[in-house]
Ligand binder design. Structure first.
Ligand SMILES: CC(C)(COP(=O)(O)OP(=O)(O)OC[C@H]1O[C@@H](n2cnc3c(N)ncnc32)[C@H](O)[C@@H]1OP(=O)(O)O)[C@@H](O)C(=O)NCCC(=O)NCCS
Length: 168
């Protein structure tokens, strides 16, 4: 990850109000909803902060999910037993504050999410994301995520493939 940032769980001391990524819904979610979702075990929230600062430079949400095996391309599943669904980790939201863009922080947050999923005790077959628009989808595709055939704004990346690509 970028040397001057630390990624950790969202905590009360983090300055949620100052976060501004340019997408109101993502700013408001962090300010008003994220800690409630964490408390209710619906999703976890991880934030990147400059070292020794309470500022939030970027954040993402990570939750357990599943995907019907028939939604995945046969090439990804042909060597697997015929399970109806496969376990996944959902990156619900991911955003970087405008003043920290294009410093590899978005990539570092994605890398952190994949590492956590790869280490998780419940096994995770693939990472999945719902991109909010084509620009966001292009960001994920840049890192090897592939669109589902039947819903192109949802993308997946098998954890085994990610570990090879990212040399985890
Ligand atoms: C998308 C977003 C998270 C990218 O964050 P960032 O920190 O600026 O991105 P990075 O600096 O880590 O970029 C990493 C790589 O992705 C590429 N990239 C960044 N944004 C991209 C985009 N929209 N499309 C294609 N590639 C993109 C960069 O060129 C960089 O490539 P490189 O490693 O070859 O140089 C940020 O622009 C953002 O928060 N946008 C608003 C919210 C949003 O759209 N979230 C997406 C999920 S809903």
């Amino acid at each position: 990850m970028t040397a001057s940032f630390v990624i950790q769980s969202l905590a009360p001391e983090h300055d949620r109000l100052a976060f501004s990524c340019g997408v109101d819904a993502l700013d408001r979610y962090l300010q008003n909803q994220a800690s409630q979702d964490v408390r209710r075990h619906i999703s976890n929230c991880f934030v990147a902060s400059p070292v020794e600062s309470a500022a939030i430079a970027g954040y993402y949400m990570l939750a357990a999910a599943s995907v019907p095996v028939l939604d995945l391309p046969e090439a990804e599943t042909k060597r697997l037993p015929r399970y109806p669904v496969l376990p996944t980790a959902l990156i619900g939201r991911l955003a970087v504050d405008r003043q920290y863009r294009r410093r590899n922080l978005g990539g570092a947050l994605l890398f952190d999410a994949i590492q956590r999923a790869a280490r998780a005790e419940p096994a995770v077959f693939a990472m999945i994301v719902d991109a909010k628009d084509e620009d966001a989808a292009a960001f994920y595709q840049h890192f090897g995520f592939m669109p589902f055939a039947n819903r192109p704004m949802s993308l997946f990346l098998p954890v085994a493939t990610a570990m090879k690509l990212l040399k985890i």
